[in-house]
Design a binder for this molecule. Structure first.
Ligand code: FES
Ligand code: FES
Length: 156
């Protein structure tokens, strides 16, 4: 079937198998390998992207379901002015080690701060409850998101 999806502001049209998952459309058809594929069982959250402004696990969405919709991936975080603040803060606060979980963490963190500019630690941990990290113990991930929130509030 033919589908058209707008990813990071650019429209792509592809002929795909109806069973193709969104994560595979992004990675294998569009070459956007920043979205990671960690488990395929909807557990790890490394594949999180936005579908029409809502974070979803792209291994649980068919590419066909994204037809006519907007997708934002980690490649779409950086703007003309440079890295997004959450990316900056993950670097500054050592919010990653191997980095495998990081794309999903960043997409969830960006969504959280867009909706809740001053989240408590508990709210951050709740937002991250669908993301698994096997390296950091989450401490520096939470610290990074708090740093990003404070930086953005300071910049406002
Ligand atoms: Fe989608 Fe793990 S690959 S949740
Ligand atoms: Fe390695 Fe999170 S930094 S899984």
């Amino acid at each position: 079937m033919e589908i058209s999806v707008t990813v990071n502001g650019r429209e792509y049209t592809r002929v795909v198998e109806p069973r193709l998952l969104l994560v595979h459309l992004l990675r294998d058809e569009l070459g956007l390998t920043g979205t990671h594929w960690g488990c395929d069982t909807s557990n790890c959250g490394a594949c999180a992207v936005w579908l029409d402004e809502i974070p979803v696990k792209s291994c649980t969405v068919l590419a066909a379901q994204a037809d006519g919709h907007r997708v934002r991936t980690v490649e779409g975080l950086e703007g003309p002015a440079g890295l997004d603040q959450v990316q900056e803060s993950f670097v500054l606060c050592h919010g990653l080690q191997c980095g495998f979980c990081t794309p999903g963490m960043l997409m969830t963190a960006r969504w959280l701060l867009d909706h809740l500019p001053d989240p408590t630690e508990r709210q951050i941990r709740e937002a991250l409850s669908g993301q698994t990290c096997r390296c950091t113990g989450y401490e520096n991930v939470v610290r990074s998101i708090r740093h990003a929130a404070a930086s953005e509030r300071g910049a406002r």
